[in-house]
Design a protein around this ligand. Structure first.
Ligand code: HEC
Length: 149
């Protein structure tokens, strides 16, 4: 009986560790989705005319991206060693093999956001800002993001 309890305990511990990794992977993925919400669901859709231009929403989206991008190095500090179950994108293991280089992709995004902040006044200037930020984000994705499906 005692032996059985130990075995169950070890099994639980094991699955706990797996869950912690999945939890970390999900939290990293959700963090990126938060950035994407502002960039694509607000700025991108507005730039394409899919939703009406809204200055307050533009300013809030840019402010959210500005606040969150500097948190990327810390958000990806630990390696979950697995992808989000059923996810569309995952982080390459290169992130943790070359963390300093990964982190070096963040300041260009901070710069890009700073360069467009306050310049967006209409759909035309929004298009420019959207593209500027998106290109900077992809400067990291092309090396460190993996398409899973
Ligand atoms: C320093 C690197 C880096 C920068 C900069 C970066 N990302 Fe990511 N991004 C990643 C990595 C790594 C992943 C894969 C992790 C994941 O999704 O689990 C990712 C995933 C994503 C995904 C896919 C999420 C999903 O699974 O559906 C989106 C969307 C995204 N990023 C948007 C952005 C946006 C928008 C910006 C710029 C404002 C940005 N990222 C900047 C590294 C970066």
């Amino acid at each position: 009986m005692k032996k059985m309890a130990v075995v169950v305990g070890v099994l639980l511990l094991g699955s706990g560790a797996v869950m912690a990794n999945q939890k970390l992977a999900v939290s990293q993925d959700n963090f990126m989705r938060g950035l994407a919400k502002s960039l694509y669901d607000v700025l991108g859709k507005m730039a394409r005319g899919n939703i009406p231009y809204d200055q307050a929403a533009v300013d809030a989206a840019i402010a959210q991206i500005e606040a969150d991008v500097p948190k990327i190095p810390d958000t990806f500090k630990d390696n979950p060693k697995e992808d989000v179950a059923g996810g569309h994108y995952g982080a390459s293991q290169k992130v943790w093999q070359n963390k300093a280089d990964f982190d070096s992709k963040v300041p260009p995004v901070i710069k890009a956001v700073a360069s467009v902040k306050g310049t967006v006044k209409d759909v035309g200037s929004l298009k420019v800002a959207f593209k500027t930020i998106e290109d900077a984000c992809n400067g990291c994705h092309e090396t460190y993001r993996v398409k899973l499906k």
